[in-house]
Design a protein around this ligand. Structure first.
Ligand code: HEM
Length: 446
């Protein structure tokens, strides 16, 4: 049966200035008209910047891959991210980016990630141990589980990184992003003036100081040969001591943040989609049970979950946890018919590309069979939940294996039902979450 999960209303085109007021300023995916899902290119002028949104996969490929050297992380993004993640992997360019990417690559190579699969399952089981047959906010559970995974697999299980306070501060930091973005776009100093803005700043300070502590202790006291240990040593090898110390904190914060919030959203949206489709959920649960029979140390678990993988991919298409990401042109360029001036912003929008009418059949409908081999041909740059080109998400394999392992554990043991009358709305400026969490009713599977 055709199932069309909710998306924001698509009215008449919204004026650019409205992007800084009301729902549109809080939710990136709100306020798009039907035309945005049909056009090949959108160009806007925002506070003196030309903003291009290429919606033709060839043009997206040009920006992210073919001419990637011409497109860097925008100054405004760096201004916004600097207080939290400094010049770490996500927010640097050029040689500094390349050195850091090389340093972390080994920790995210396929064999290294596969070895972590049992740890993903353990974190999921530990969360579920506290559940009962009740209404539970699965967005909060997914966040706590993915936080636990990052803390356990990258930071030797540091308890400071899995606290309730850490979770609340991260939510505040993300929710305050809209206000800071407006100030940065207007060329103003980013000063938090609202209650939300101040909470965001407190959140950033908490994260930064907590991770600075974690890194400082590791540098003096040593510790296991894990991601953080290898990162610190490799940075000390490559950079002078002061820069190495700063970059260690920048990257600890980068991986802590980028590594859990996005995956939590992928797990949450997938549970939402399955809660609305009980028959499909039962099928996925049966597949999970059979796959888990291989034991808790099975590093091949993700390969045993082909149906769940298709469901996850369809969930990433419909609700990309990163709905947009940006670049800034260094030199002049051309994207199809559009001239790109030096300094122009080029925004890549998975939210629009993933639901574009020229690229997908019945784009708003949930259909995991799109991801079966032999389906309609797909351009490599029309489905970009993890970005593309040299800056493809370094954690893509980690995130996919983790989401599959967590979902498999939870679906095998529990059935998830919607709470009657509750409407789910996508929300969020940087990452896409269900507004107000995702309360679901849980039942033990017999
Ligand atoms: C479903 C989960 C995830 C999604 C949807 C996601 C999405 C993305 C996207 C779209 C980018 C590219 C941004 C750009 O090009 O501007 C990116 C980059 C990045 N991601 Fe992820 N990510 C996820 C999970 C993870 C995990 C688990 C980690 C680490 C453990 C991680 C770490 C990073 C880092 C460090 C970068 C920057 C890479 C670079 O610039 O070289 N991500 N991610």
């Amino acid at each position: 049966m055709r199932f069309v999960p909710p998306h924001p209303p698509r009215g008449a085109p919204v004026a650019v200035w409205r992007g800084f007021l009301g729902e549109r300023s809080r939710t990136a995916v709100y306020g798009w008209s039907e035309a945005a899902f049909e056009l090949k290119h959108i160009k806007r002028r925002v506070f003196g910047y030309d903003v291009h949104i290429p919606l033709d996969p060839d043009a997206v490929q040009h920006v992210l891959l073919d001419n990637a050297a011409n497109y860097v992380k925008p100054d405004i993004v760096k201004t916004l991210l600097r207080p939290t993640i400094g010049g770490g992997l996500l927010s640097s360019d050029g040689a500094l980016w390349r050195d850091q990417r090389r340093i972390v690559a080994a920790s995210f190579a396929p064999a290294a990630v596969d070895a972590l699969v049992p740890a993903f399952g353990r974190a999921a089981a530990a969360m579920a141990a506290g559940w009962s047959e009740a209404v539970i906010d699965m967005a909060a559970e997914a966040t706590a589980a993915t936080m636990r995974v990052i803390a356990d697999t990258l930071f030797a299980g540091d308890p400071r990184l899995v606290s309730r306070a850490a979770m609340d501060h991260i939510t505040a930091a993300l929710e305050g992003a809209g206000e800071a973005r407006l100030q940065a776009l207007m060329g103003l100093p980013v000063i938090p003036w609202s209650r939300k803005g101040r909470a965001a700043r407190r959140g950033q300070n908490f994260l930064r100081s907590t991770l600075a502590e974690v890194v400082a202790e590791r540098r003096t006291a040593g510790g296991p040969d894990d991601f953080l240990g290898r990162l610190i040593l490799a940075l000390e090898d490559r950079f002078d001591p002061k820069e190495a110390a700063e970059l260690a904190i920048d990257n600890a914060a980068t991986f802590y943040l980028a590594g859990h919030e996005t995956t939590a959203n992928a797990v949450t949206w997938t549970l939402f989609l399955l809660s609305e489709q009980p028959d499909l959920q039962a099928e996925a649960a049966a597949e999970a049970r059979a796959a888990l029979a291989a034991g808790t140390d099975d590093t091949d678990l993700p390969a045993r979950l082909p149906l769940l993988r298709r469901i996850l991919e369809e969930s990433l298409r419909l609700y990309p946890p990163v709905p947009r990401f940006d670049r800034q042109a260094v030199g002049a360029d051309r994207l199809g018919e559009a001239e790109v001036a030096p300094g122009a912003i080029v925004s890549i929008w998975p939210w629009l590309l993933h639901r574009h009418k020229a690229l997908w059949d019945d784009p708003d409908a949930f259909d995991p069979d799109r991801f079966r081999a032999g389906g309609r041909a797909r351009h490599r740059f029309q489905f970009l939940p993890f970005g593309g080109g040299p800056r493809l998400c370094v954690g893509a394999r980690f995130a996919t294996a983790e989401a599959l392992a967590v979902l498999a554990r939870w679906l095998a043991d529990w059935r998830f039902e919607p709470v009657p009358g509750r409407v789910v709305k996508p929300s969020g400026m940087i990452t896409l979450r269900p507004a107000g969490g995702l309360p679901l009713r849980l039942f033990r599977r017999g």
